[in-house]
Design a protein around this ligand. Structure first.
Ligand SMILES: C[S@@+](CC[C@H](N)C(=O)[O-])C[C@H]1O[C@@H](n2cnc3c(N)ncnc32)[C@H](O)[C@@H]1O
Length: 230
């Protein structure tokens, strides 16, 4: 394993960086030493193991590299993650939120099986096989107030799904980080029009859209909205 010089991210708790601004790489401290989730590079710094966080594989890493103003990560974060897949991004949030819980909802059986295999030694992940369109269905699996809802599902009504989950689970002043893929919503309409429509759904629902960040550099046709519950 290669040794490397790391430093703390200037804003985000438990996120580490290497390299100069503009060529910055992200890392999280590996909670499950010696194990990789998606073939990511493991590096060592001052006797501890870190996992490189690939912005081309994780939209949350892409977002952090675009310097959002809002700070929504913490060591005791309770996160409801919608569209967990096999755990690429979930595992990095698990590294960050050492004393929190990541409730990880995924409706594809194959993906959740991989998620369980990949993250079985991580005690702060609760995999939930369910459909994010029906938030009331997993109420019995969620036993703490939710600070952050992170959503990355390829569905035609992404903002509506997010809104329903926020109304159900997100605590006051909590954050929603919503990845929106315009192509999943409408492949004919211009992306900008689709994004504006989705934003409107959230604002009409009483939420404040604080930031809208383009991550096209890392994920085609995607933006991320950072939203707050008032
Ligand atoms: C783009 S992938 C997510 C990648 C993941 N967020 C990551 O960064 O590691 C989208 C995932 O959302 C899941 N998904 C789509 N619609 C869903 C729904 N209604 N409920 C739960 N999961 C859903 C898909 O099965 C897929 O695994």
């Amino acid at each position: 394993m290669s040794k490397i010089e790391l430093r703390n991210h200037p804003k985000f708790y438990n996120v580490f960086i290497s390299g100069p601004t503009g060529k910055m790489k992200l890392y999280t401290k590996n909670l499950d030493k010696g194990n990789r989730i998606y073939g990511e590079k493991l590096v060592s710094y001052k006797g501890k193991e870190y996992r490189e966080w690939d912005p081309y594989r994780s939209k949350l890493a892409a977002l952090l590299l675009e310097n959002p103003r809002s700070d929504f990560l913490s060591g005791d974060l309770n996160c409801l993650y919608l569209g967990a897949s096999s755990g690429t991004t979930v595992s990095h949030i698990s590294d960050i939120a050492e004393s929190g819980v990541i409730y990880s909802v995924e409706f594809a059986e194959r993906s959740i099986r991989q998620l369980i295999q990949n993250t079985t030694r991580r005690k702060n992940i609760i995999p939930i096989l369910d459909d994010a369109r029906y938030p009331q269905n997993y109420a019995k699996s969620i036993f703490s107030p939710i600070d952050l809802i992170y959503q990355d599902v390829s569905q035609p009504n992404q903002a509506e799904i997010a809104l329903n989950n926020c109304n159900f689970y997100l605590k006051k002043n909590g954050f929603l980080v919503l990845a929106i893929k315009s192509q999943s919503i409408d492949s004919i309409q211009k992306s900008e029009v689709v994004y504006a429509q989705e934003k409107k759904v959230l604002e009409k629902g009483g939420y404040s859209v604080l930031e809208s960040i383009n991550i096209h550099k890392y994920a085609a046709n995607h933006i991320i909205l950072i939203v707050k519950r008032n």
